[in-house]
Each structure stands twice: as C-alpha cells, then as structure tokens.
Design a protein around this ligand. Structure first.
Ligand code: IPD
Ligand code: CA
Ligand code: CA
Length: 266
C-alpha cells in the first residue's frame, strides 16, 4: 500500500482516539472563540498535535498546513500536508455525532492521498491519486444520478461569512424545487466523503478553507465525481467555493447555481 496513505491513516486514527475519549466529557472542555461562530477546544489542538507528530516523524521534510497551528513551511519540500484535526467542531461541542478528521497530501499542486475518518461510525474514507477511493477497504463510486430530479444534496450555510448569506440563499432556492432533499450536516469533509460514497449525489458550499475540503475533493474525484470552484475551474482550494457532484448531475446543478453568484465569488 501507498506509504504516505498508511501514515495518513495512522495519524487520522490516532486523532480519532483522542476525539472519542473526549466525547463524554465535552462539558469539561475549555472552549475558545476564534472568530464569529468559530470555536476551538483542547480536543482540536491535541488531535492536531498527534497528527503532526505522526506525519513529521515519517516525513520530516514535508511542509504542513494545519487549521489550528497554521503553516509550517519546509522550504525544500514540494509536499504539503493539509490537516483539519476535527471538522465539525460545532457538532462535536454539542454532542451532535457528525464530525471527522481530515488529512490530505498535496505534491506540487496535485492532491496525492486523502483520509477522512469519522470516529463515531468508524467510517474510514481513503483515496490515492489514480487508485480510486475506498470506504473501509471497499471501493466506492459516486451515484449515477442524472439531473436534479430526485437528487439528495449536501450543503453548508455560510455562518462564518454572513455577507454571503443572500447569495447562498439564492443558490439554495434555485436547486430546492427539484432536489429530493438538501442536508446541512455540519462537516464539509464528511459531506464530500458522502458524495464519493454515493450517500449524497452532490454538494455545494461558499467560503470553506483548504483544510475543510482537500481530502474530500480527492475522494470525490477518485470516486468518479466532478469538483470545481464557482467559475467551473479548479481553484476551489484557494477560493473556498466548491461544487462537487456525480458526473451527470454536475452540469445541471452548476447551471442552476451560476446565475445567482456575485462576481466576488466567481
Ligand atoms: C466547518 C465545517 C462546516 C462548514 C464550515 C467549516 P470546522 O469546519 O466543515 O461544515 O460549513 O464552513 O468551517 O470549523 O468545524 O473545522
Ligand atoms: Ca473544518
Ligand atoms: Ca476544524
């Protein structure tokens, strides 16, 4: 197996153990407010520490971009690990069981390996470029869904970016009439993993960070799905705006969303 994927899996499982050990003692955690509607606890920080420790031990030359500790650049390295130690912190802090560890490795702008691990359900989503995507060692594929009629979509509300709320609601209204359902589960990493696994047909969100989506993007692509930013291009990691969908759903979904996007989002 891919040695980089193996290390990513070890790191994600170690972080998952820390998260699980704290699920029943949320009331004893110290919670800090990073920004409006943006929280962090010792669990996020400890999970991130163990991920970085595991990766740095195996690949000391690689650089790291992690949500809680930021960028640690090793100049010589073309490899960058992109880490969200706990995606779905707000869910975690409320005992709402939908959160995950997300770890991706990028080499010269190309995503190479991805792990999204849900420690509650023990769902381990993995992908390596050119080798497909898996859920717990079983190959996964996006759905054959054609068009919006009957599609189950995932999304995220821009609660950290209230300036985009009206635009977001316009996109929501555009896809709402035809979709069979729209879910806002609270972890973008898992939303994308669910598109890869065929649990959702498509997903869109405004204003994510690279660590929310890097692993999920590779999962969707390796599972046969299409991922773009709001210009229909590949700059989602930089813009934070993303549409991911089964191949026959992507275009009709994008056509519905596109007319409502303001210029600063394209
Ligand atoms: C958040 C989740 C959520 C998304 C937010 C993210 P966090 O990540 O992915 O689904 O809507 O924009 O910030 O803060 O829980 O790691
Ligand atoms: Ca996140
Ligand atoms: Ca996080």
């Amino acid at each position: 197996m891919n040695p980089m994927l193996n290390i990513a899996i070890d790191a994600a499982r170690a972080a998952g153990n820390i998260i699980i050990r704290n699920v029943d003692r949320i009331d004893r955690l110290t919670i800090e407010v990073k920004a409006q509607n943006d929280f962090v606890s010792q669990v996020d920080r400890k999970a991130e520490e163990i991920i970085i420790e595991t990766i740095s031990k195996a690949f000391p030359e690689h650089s790291i971009l992690a949500e809680e500790s930021g960028q640690n650049d090793k100049q010589a390295s073309d490899y960058q690990w992109i880490i969200d130690p706990l995606d779905g912190t707000t869910n975690f802090l409320h005992g709402f069981p939908q959160f995950a560890v997300s770890i991706a490795l990028k080499h010269k702008n190309r995503l190479e390996v991805a792990v999204v691990f849900d420690p509650i359900k023990n769902d381990l989503f993995t992908a390596a470029r050119g080798q497909g995507a898996k859920l717990n060692d079983r190959k996964i594929r996006v759905t054959p869904q054609k068009g919006l009629k009957g599609a189950l979509l995932g999304t995220g509300f821009p609660f950290k970016h209230p300036q985009h709320l009206d635009t977001y609601l316009a996109t929501f209204k555009a896809v709402h009439p035809d979709a069979a359902g729209i879910r806002r589960a609270g972890s973008a990493a898992l939303d994308l993993a669910y598109v890869a696994a065929g649990r959702l047909d498509g997903f869109w969100e405004i204003g994510l960070n690279a660590w929310d989506m890097a692993a999920g993007v590779l999962l969707v692509r390796e599972a046969g799905g299409i991922v773009t930013d709001f210009s229909g291009e590949g700059d989602y990691l930089d813009t934070g705006n993303i549409i991911a969908a089964a191949p026959k759903l992507y275009q009709p979904m994008y056509e519905l969303i596109k007319p409502h996007l303001t210029d600063d989002l394209k």
